[in-house]
Design a protein around this ligand. Structure first.
Ligand code: SAM
Length: 273
């Protein structure tokens, strides 16, 4: 790519859409380190969500077998035609990833890794979509706002720990692999970011995912209430029954939901149904 990305964007008359979280990465070292941190190799198929001006797409395509990139903003088409020129292993799908039928999309794939620099407002729905629906995703490396990264990787009992942390633990192990200052984006956002890596297949075993989900959501229904009270309200059970279940699980009757580990949620969800 001869021209610099800012020149291409300006020549194409591209207008940034704040509502789509369009803060692009232009720093070559950062791009290389995201690709390295994601652990992808020459045999891999990568799904990139929100490819923007294609800088990360290009860095990925130079390292892996194939990149399938989703982008909701069709006005990026002329930009991508230039930034991805000469690459024959990239397919761009101009579609909202959140509205994509994942089962149907996965039919043609044997396995894939997701790499994405996400706008904050799609972070949770997108991660939950993959956690809940994907059968073939092997790993997920996402750039998110720093405070979201803390929440995703939080330990039980901390203020950052929430329903999303416990839901992610069901399928994957999750860690912050890189902190990224806001100055490395164009235009510069108001917050710093971090890359979080999820390794699938290292989650916890549960027999009924829906029951686990319902238990987690019940536990975080009201952070000010005890777990016992939240269970009574969500599962429509008596106080005596709630206390019996908590005792069977070895959980203190005064405990609050946010103190339970994902393993304790799994045990609780087995007993409560
Ligand atoms: N990957 C590029 C980079 O790192 O420079 C762009 C990142 S930018 C933070 C996020 C991109 O995701 C934007 O181009 C935006 O239009 C796109 N986007 C937002 N919501 C999307 C969705 N639901 N499906 C697909 N793309 C989306």
């Amino acid at each position: 790519m001869e021209k610099d990305i800012k020149t291409i964007l300006s020549e194409c008359g591209f207008g940034f859409k704040k509502q789509l979280g369009q803060n692009f990465i232009t720093d070559k070292n950062l791009l290389a380190s995201i690709v390295a941190a994601s652990g992808v190799s020459a045999e891999d198929t990568v799904v990139e969500i929100g490819c923007g001006a294609g800088t990360l797409t290009r860095a990925l395509a130079e390292k892996v077998k194939k990149v399938i990139a989703f982008e909701v903003d069709k006005t990026l088409q002329p930009v991508l035609a230039q930034t991805l020129a000469g690459l024959d292993n990239v397919e761009v799908i101009f579609r909202d990833f959140l509205k994509t039928d994942l089962k149907e999309f996965e039919l043609a794939l044997s396995g894939y890794t997701v790499v994405a620099n996400l706008p904050y407002y799609v972070t949770t729905p997108l991660i939950m979509k993959i956690i809940e629906q994907s059968e073939k995703c092997k790993g997920l490396s996402v750039m998110v706002q720093e405070e979201v990264a803390e929440r995703l990787c939080a330990k039980a009992g901390t203020p950052e720990y929430g329903a999303i942390t416990a839901m992610v633990a069901l399928r994957a192990e999750c860690s912050v692999v890189k902190r990224v200052p806001r100055t490395l984006f164009f235009p510069k956002p108001n917050v710093d970011s971090a890359v979080v890596k999820f390794t699938f297949g290292k989650g916890i075993a549960v027999t009924d995912r829906e029951k686990y989900k319902k238990t987690v959501h019940a536990a975080f229904l009201s952070r000010r209430k005890t777990l016992e009270n939240n269970l009574i309200n969500s599962f429509n059970i008596t106080r005596a029954r709630a206390q019996e279940i908590l005792t069977e699980c070895g959980i203190d009757l005064k405990a609050r939901g946010e103190t339970l580990t994902p393993e304790q949620f799994a045990l609780l969800s087995e007993k409560i149904g």
